[in-house]
Design a protein around this ligand. Structure first.
Ligand SMILES: [Zn+2]
Length: 242
């Protein structure tokens, strides 16, 4: 495995490219900052603290099996792998570094394999893994991957007509049953947000075709438990159609 310490030596072209792309990622500044610190090896992991505090335990607080590098707890810890597999179907068999992985996200976006919103979702998941790890260290909680999987975070981004980010929000949904429910709740939240901001003209972008179809046509293809939320979205939508 490539060690983190190797990654911060002269900021090479690849790292500069990732930094620039991260800076433009339309998500909360704290999440961009977290990812930047993670790939720059300046995140306050136990391994990083060990070099400053003599005798400090550097083991991962989640699994206690490996030194806590950012690459380990975000990518390779058994806990994180379960979260990534459950949320993205991603199985970590790679020996690459975190920066290489994050760099591959942007490469995939460039070649059209994934959308920018997918990168935002991944950034949120990585950030929630970090928050969960911090809660374990500082509040002695006992996290399980299911807590993150069912907690689900959604990033909402508001852009103007020039495509420039105007604002961003991150919301958490507890006890989410499905991706459909998360997408549905996300759509409802963003419409409430636009209404609160009293924006007259707005275009909504959504990844889930089945939810878009339920809102614009009929809801027969979605879980009946989402029908009420879809109806509320339609009611809000009527504000913009008039
Ligand atoms: Zn671990």
């Amino acid at each position: 495995m490539m060690h983190e310490s190797a990654l911060i030596q002269p900021a090479d072209t690849m790292m500069m490219k990732i930094y620039c792309r991260l800076l433009k990622l339309p998500t909360l500044p704290r999440i961009r900052h977290f990812l930047w610190k993670s790939i720059s090896n300046v995140l306050s992991t136990r391994e990083a603290l060990r070099s400053a505090i003599v005798g400090e335990d550097d083991s991962c607080p989640i699994c206690n099996l490996h030194p806590e590098f950012a690459t380990h707890f975000i990518m390779n810890c058994t806990f994180s792998r379960e979260v990534w597999f459950a949320t993205l179907g991603w199985s970590s068999g790679t020996t690459g570094s975190l920066s290489e992985w994050i760099g591959s996200w942007f490469d995939s976006m460039q070649n059209g394999t994934i959308k920018e919103s997918e990168i935002v979702n991944r950034a949120i998941i990585a950030w929630i893994i970090w928050i969960t790890r911090c809660n374990k260290v500082f509040q002695q909680t006992n996290p399980t991957p299911e807590v993150i999987i069912h907690q689900c975070g959604i990033g909402l981004i508001l852009r103007n007509f020039a495509g420039t980010q105007q604002s961003a929000r991150c919301i958490y949904l507890n006890q989410v049953r499905s991706v459909e429910q998360a997408e549905c709740m996300g759509r409802w939240k963003v419409m409430q947000w636009a209404k609160d901001l009293q924006i007259d003209r707005v275009f909504f972008e959504i990844d889930a075709k089945v939810i878009a179809h339920a809102i614009n046509n009929d809801n027969s293809a979605i879980d009946w438990r989402l029908h009420h939320t879809v109806q509320e979205i339609k009611n809000l939508f009527s504000v913009y159609r008039n």
